[in-house]
Write a protein that binds this ligand. Structure first.
Ligand code: PHB
Ligand code: FE
Length: 334
């Protein structure tokens, strides 16, 4: 017999001064004050350990982890704390993928059913995000994450993907946002031409053949570091996104992914997935392509809002093919 397990987060009463609740997940405790998130745990030797992050950095990372359903592989909030997606369960860890923490034996990793982590992280995000702060927005385009509890921003933190019913722009598609009723052009993309592409469908196929200006579409994106699924062909996902400031997570791959820099420039720090040891700095200028191998972690820095196409392999099998040596870690060998 199947017994449905319902999870609820374990929140405390709000802090008497700061106004935020504290949360427990297994052996981890999460607290926030005016500037910081504090994560507490006990080491294998039962010694108390803790880690502190700037609350803006923490909430931007938490928003991606929740919004992307724990993403592919590792979502490192920084070099210490993060999650690993096993697609039915989630590891929550502190120090496990940091060579120095591991050596000092102060790390902890616990595995949970995905739903248990999800409800806890959603509750933290909703309780700790104040009115006026949108964790998906570029830092210059939103209010401050700091201070005592001041309302909430549920419409921002509950943002879900807008789904297209047909190819974006075809008649009856409601997900269209390149028309005048859509989103305004971002300040950084004021020079991006908005002309639609020329189309010459055979008579009778006007409602079947379509194209849209992807640059125009992206110029109107109101968030950063949040790839959309613009084309899905079997497990090949083309995920363009607009980037400004830094990728709020350090992504550790469990598969290969490709980047195509569509305009402007992003610098990537790439490191070892398991230890955080630095491996490469990759400077990507408009037109450059790069592949992130399945054993790296990476974080991008975009000084000016730029356009990036992330090409993902969404196969549920490929991660096990790589682990068992049937598929390569590096997509190309020179
Ligand atoms: C990535 O981890 O590869 C990634 C995530 C979000 C982005 C861009 C790249 O917006
Ligand atoms: Fe990545």
């Amino acid at each position: 017999m199947d017994i449905a397990v319902k999870f609820q987060s374990t929140a405390t009463e709000p802090h008497p001064v700061y106004g935020y609740k504290a949360f427990h997940l297994g052996a981890f405790t999460f607290e926030r004050d005016e500037y910081f998130a504090h994560i507490h745990w006990s080491t294998a030797e039962e010694k108390p350990a803790s880690h502190t992050m700037d609350i803006g950095d923490f909430l931007r990372a938490l928003m991606r982890d929740v919004g992307w359903g724990f993403f592919y592989g590792w979502v490192n909030f920084d070099d210490v704390f993060g999650t690993t997606n096993h697609y039915k369960t989630i590891d929550v860890f502190a120090g496990t993928y940091n060579g120095a923490y591991k050596k000092a034996n102060v790390d902890l990793l616990q595995n949970f059913p995905t739903e248990e982590v999800r409800v806890t992280f959603v509750d933290i995000l909703e309780n700790w995000t104040n009115a006026g702060f949108d964790p998906y927005a570029a830092p210059q385009e939103t209010g401050t994450p700091y201070g005592r509890k001041n309302g909430d921003n549920l419409s921002a933190v509950r943002r879900v993907r807008q789904l297209a019913d047909r190819c974006v722009g075809l008649k009856d598609d409601l997900g269209m946002r390149t028309d005048s009723a859509g989103y305004p052009i971002n300040r950084a993309f004021a020079d991006v031409p908005q002309d639609p592409p020329e189309l010459h469908p055979e008579p009778g196929f006007e409602n079947e053949v379509h194209a849209f200006n992807l640059f125009a579409y992206l110029s109107r994106s109101d968030v950063v570091w949040n790839p959309s699924f613009t084309s899905v062909v079997k497990h090949s996902y083309m995920c363009p996104t607009t980037e400004e400031h830094k990728l709020p997570i350090i992504h550790g791959n469990d598969r290969v992914e490709w980047f195509f820099q569509m305009c402007d420039e992003i610098t990537w720090d790439c490191g070892d997935k398991l230890t955080a040891e630095p491996r490469a700095r990759v400077v990507m200028k408009a037109g450059d392509m790069a592949a992130m191998p399945a054993d790296c972690r990476h974080q991008g820095f975009s000084p000016k809002r730029s356009m990036l196409l992330v090409w993902e392999n969404g196969s549920p099998q490929v991660v096990y093919d790589i682990q068992e040596g049937r598929a390569p870690i590096n997509p190309v060998s020179f």
